[in-house]
Write a protein that binds this ligand. Sequence first.
Ligand code: ADP
Ligand code: MG
Length: 246
Amino acid sequence: MVSRPMLEIVSLQKCFGDNVILRDINLKVAQGELVFIIGPSGSGKSTMLRCCNRLEEPSGGDVIVDGRNIMSGTRRDLDLMRLKVGMVFQGFHLYPHMSVLNNVTLAQRKAMGRTAEEAKARAMDMLERVGLAHKADAMPAQLSGGQQQRVAIARALALDPLVMLFDEPTSALDPELVGSVLAVMKDLKAKGMTMLVVSHEMGFARETADRVIFMDGGVVVEEGAPDEIFGAPKAERTQAFLSRVT
Ligand code: ADP
Ligand code: MG
């Protein structure tokens, strides 16, 4: 049986003025799959992720989440689908004036209509999952960068996403804090989350990714299993990129 993809990107295009950033991106991510994306700076990786929940408006193409096209439907459909596509950025974007707990409950209450009690229960479960239940009453500034990023992950998970998108989640962290965030991501994968990850952590990709995609010039140049892409890249552009970064 072929199950339908959890996330499908079809002929995605994005231009900024005359600049064509995404030319024709096609990508299917199966349920529970972790797809790892690499490519030179400026190749459109962030733009592609942002198009997946229309933080960036695609110039053409379709994005289908769990069988629903987020490019069609009402504004309300879009708001609901946005909740299903969790996003974690390089900067953590926590509200500095709110406790960790309130950071994780806010969108649950405002966007999902959960009661304060429901939201708190779900938040505590998710904080537990990222190892930070004991920090629920702390303010973001009292946490390390790695802890703040794990709160950002808990906040996204609390909205019951179908897919999680990570845009360089460890790039802003001191090296000694990277491992704790990768460990949370690895646990998420083990629990069956569907994930699209842009990162430079090639070791993590080798261990955890089902597939690696190399993007350049607005297209997917090459894709394959981590061993294939890192061990024996076929395209010249992939070889050149990997020889620069590894
Ligand atoms: P990556 O994440 O792979 O480094 P980005 O998706 O951030 O690449 O950017 C791809 C290209 O799109 C870059 O050339 C960048 O300057 C351009 N770009 C990104 N966002 C905008 C924007 N809002 N307006 C104009 N150009 C943009
Ligand atoms: Mg980027």
